[in-house]
Write a protein that binds this ligand. Sequence first.
Ligand code: FES
Length: 348
Amino acid sequence: MSNDRPSSDLTVPAATGAVSARGDVPERFENPGLPPHQPRRADSEPAADKRAERQVVALFGVSILGTIGVIVTYFVYPHDPSIESMRTANMLLGIGLFLGMFGIGAAAVHWAKTLMSDHEQAEARHPQRSDAEVRAGALQALSDGAQDSGIGRRGLLKGAVVSAVALAPLSIAVPLIGQLGGDWDVSKFRHTMWRSGTRLARDPSGTPIRAADVTIGSVYHVIPEDLRESDHWIEEKAKAIVLLVRLDPQDLVESDERRDWSHEGIVAYSKVCTHVGCPVALYEQQTHHLLCPCHQSTFDMADGAKVVFGPASRALPQLPITVDDAGYLVAQSDFHEPVGPSYWERLK
Ligand code: FES
């Protein structure tokens, strides 16, 4: 208790009786000190103390259940590629992580507010380095605090806090450890589902696209027509997704090597940003610029999808296209370089 401490410790000097030039407002005020300490119910009623302890234990229990939920979810939904399964797994993982972290935080706050000492403390300013006596006092205060928290004599509470804090990191560690035996074959990044003759289809309907239907200035989000035939179509879609636009052929700047990669002004480029892989999808018709919403890399669709602004360092890979006998747009081949951001063992 410090509401009776000497006035020399206070930040507001004691009243001197001086009066301001206005004559009505004192220049200095009497330090009112701290209000009297109000004991809480848990301080004086054993039943309230016990109830608060049970509440803290329950909150740690919530954290424990959340962490167990994350681990169970991780193993129940390991590699199911369906959207519904991934959505459910993500939701359950999120709820589990939230409960795991929230339980510990809420329990700590409730513990501090109801069971730990709430006596007001005042500390005078002093040189940063404490002398030996003060440091010994600090150690003693820590020791007293630990004793005051009741951790020593509340066995159930001690078990709950230790269990919750020890288990919480598992919700991160278990999925990480689970990845150690994963598939690290980076050669899969080099190829997509596009093959010679694969029709370009609308995403997500999968309807093939006729070249005659693509008007100048229009934009299509494109997938391989046979995408759904793959067992891992979500992963394949992430690599093969393409953005297709039709420009006035006179606006196109094409190198000799790529002159036959387009069809009457229709060009197709990977939609995976070469910076860190976001989907580039904001096309500005007048400038032919394609913007990545993540970090504003901008690519010129009229000039080989070269970078004109932003952190991306490479142009978007181009998909060589042509038309088949029925007039549908088809790929001539896979991309000629890996799509997406740079990674280790990448040649280009
Ligand atoms: S991911 Fe496209 S700019 Fe960063």
